[in-house]
Design a protein around this ligand. Structure first.
Ligand SMILES: [Zn+2]
Length: 287
């Protein structure tokens, strides 16, 4: 199955594969997705950082995630080790293949990605891509909710992030049209006021003030697993798959189930602090 597709939900796939199974999927009231972030995979699988081998971690996460039979997989940025080499993306593609052979994959770009190389590795015509100039923006419709993956990469291996005016304008316009179901926003960068965060986060929040259908923002970057809210919008910080920055944080991925009313998130800690492995967090969407 090609990368970054939702064949079960597309009209063409529906007609090609027969209606009986697919109508069940299309009508499903919940969507189960594997959420990865900060995989930081190097071309050389032996490369280690802080005692972690990101390639080994991704292999473990993929093996675990395959067991839950997700309907899709997201990597929320920093897919590549540091500079975003094509060889890094080739390595990711190979490591994640056990999942993507049956499951679509969509990726947001982070500050350790390189957009051109990413497109070289995974293709520049991925399904769900929106026409935002020099940005990798993806919209997916998993059923009960809609995902929008934003692109906050400014320059490879430079810490802060920025959506930029064109992408913000696109988002504002898209949100005016996309009002029929809850929207979950994915973006790599943290949303605080730090110099290494999403620099135009306040402008993103301004846009969301007029978009009550946005229920959650899911992000990475900090390599910390935590939950916050902003005006009843859930802010979900995914753990890193590749490595943590502090011993007290888990390394791993999050199993998610989305419905029209809320979400359920289960931590799968594969390294670092594994105390909260299996912890389930249930969230209700704002009305
Ligand atoms: Zn990272």
């Amino acid at each position: 199955m090609p990368y970054v597709t939702l064949p079960l939900l597309s009209r063409r796939g529906f007609l090609a594969a027969g209606a009986s199974v697919l109508s069940l999927r299309a009508a499903a009231s919940e969507a189960r997705w594997a959420l990865f972030s900060d995989t930081h995979v190097p071309a050389n699988a032996n490369e280690a950082y802080r005692g972690f081998q990101p390639a080994v971690n991704l292999t473990m996460a993929v093996r675990q995630a395959a067991k839950i039979k997700p309907e899709g997989v997201i990597i929320c940025g920093d897919v590549a080790r540091l500079e975003g080499y094509v060889a890094d993306y080739e390595a990711v593609k190979t490591l994640i293949e056990p999942l993507t052979s049956t499951t679509p994959l969509a990726m947001a770009l982070g500050n350790h990605d390189d957009r051109e190389n990413f497109w070289k590795g995974f293709g520049s015509d991925q399904k769900g891509m929106e026409p935002v100039k020099n940005r990798h923006v993806v919209v997916l419709d998993p059923g009960p909710v809609r995902f929008v993956l934003l692109d906050s990469l400014i320059k490879p291996n430079t810490t802060p992030g920025l959506l930029g005016r064109d992408q913000r304008n696109w988002l504002a316009g898209w949100l005016r049209q996309s009002t029929d179901k809850p929207v979950i926003v994915f973006v790599h960068h943290t949303l605080d006021d730090g110099d290494g965060a999403l620099l135009d986060a306040p402008r993103l929040f301004d846009i969301l003030k007029g978009a009550p259908q946005v229920k959650a923002i899911i992000y990475g970057h900090s390599h910390i697993y935590k939950y916050d809210t902003w005006e009843d919008v859930h802010l979900i910080n995914l753990p890193a798959v590749g490595y943590n920055f502090r011993d007290k944080d888990p390394v791993g991925w999050v199993e998610s189930v989305f419905t029209a009313k809320g979400g359920q998130f289960t931590l799968h800690a594969i390294g670092g602090n594994t105390e909260k492995d299996g912890q389930v967090t249930r969230l209700e969407w704002r009305s």
